[in-house]
Design a binder for this molecule. Sequence first.
Ligand SMILES: [Zn+2]
Length: 135
Amino acid sequence: MNIGVLRRDGRTDPFFDGTAAGRLVIRRCEACDRWFAPDEAGCPDCGNEDLGWAEASGEATLVTWTVTHSRDAGQPPAHLALAELAEGPWLHTRLDGVDPASLREGLPLRAVFVHPDEGESYVLFRPWTERHSVR
Ligand SMILES: [Zn+2]
């Protein structure tokens, strides 16, 4: 699955340092005990413009998704998704290892990390079942 080469923009370095190490690092407001997506600029509750970074569990549930078919005939369709992290924030992501028939709202997901030869590592989400956990 090709999503293009990702480059860090300076503002999201901790996020990409995290993905490189197989960790999902997102924004967190210590004062409010609230978590935010990596691209969040400030805390809407307390106005904190200097959000910290913290490692999330990588557990999420599926909120919604769309299937996009590649113009490239050999490529499988991509599943773009909105995932709700266990910590609360919603993340735009892609699904990996998906059986389209199994997709439903609330489906448990886990973060998986991709380390391409070029560009930054990134995170995808994969459906999580008991079957996977005992593998
Ligand atoms: Zn806050």
